[in-house]
Design a binder for this molecule. Structure first.
Ligand SMILES: [Zn+2]
Ligand SMILES: [Zn+2]
Length: 155
């Protein structure tokens, strides 16, 4: 059933990254910012209030369950691809936790996003900029905003 050699492993592992950016966007926009007062939505509201990231490990542990509905997709191809996609997913969640922690503590280190999307999301544009790692899906789905409408001059 299809190629299960080293190339399948590499491709499945790599695919977990773009897939991860989409899952991150969808969960953040529709689950964490859901109107219903679920436990996760309430927790996320508190995170917006405090505007502080958990530790890298704390974020990793919190974000990891989000991939469970999606992380088995590779098994539709083969066991090898399934495992590689799974490992790629875990690696992506680690990257996500790292970028989230950095966006709060050292936003300048997230050098590929200026201004930092997550800083904007916590500040001027809470209904926009749901992507942490990339603003790609925000641009695609029309939720990217470079800054708030009222330039933040009032305090
Ligand atoms: Zn949020
Ligand atoms: Zn945050």
């Amino acid at each position: 059933m299809g190629a299960t050699g080293p190339s399948a492993i590499v491709i499945a592992f790599m695919l977990a990254f773009p897939a991860g950016t989409l899952v991150e966007y969808v969960l953040h926009r529709f689950v964490l910012h859901a109107r219903s007062r679920t436990f996760i939505a309430r927790r996320h509201r508190l995170h917006h209030k405090s505007n502080r990231a958990d530790s890298l490990w704390g974020d990793f542990r919190d974000f990891l369950p989000g991939m469970t509905p999606f992380c088995w997709f590779g098994f539709l191809h083969s066991t090898t691809a399934g495992l590689a996609f799974l490992v790629g997913g875990v690696a992506y969640v680690f990257l996500l936790a790292l970028v989230h922690t950095l966006s709060h503590n050292r936003p300048r280190l997230v050098f590929w996003m200026r201004p930092n999307s997550h800083v904007l999301h916590h500040g001027e544009t809470p209904r926009h900029n749901f992507g942490f790692v990339t603003r790609f899906w925000d641009v695609v789905f029309g939720t990217y905003a470079k800054q708030g409408t009222g330039r933040g001059t009032t305090t």
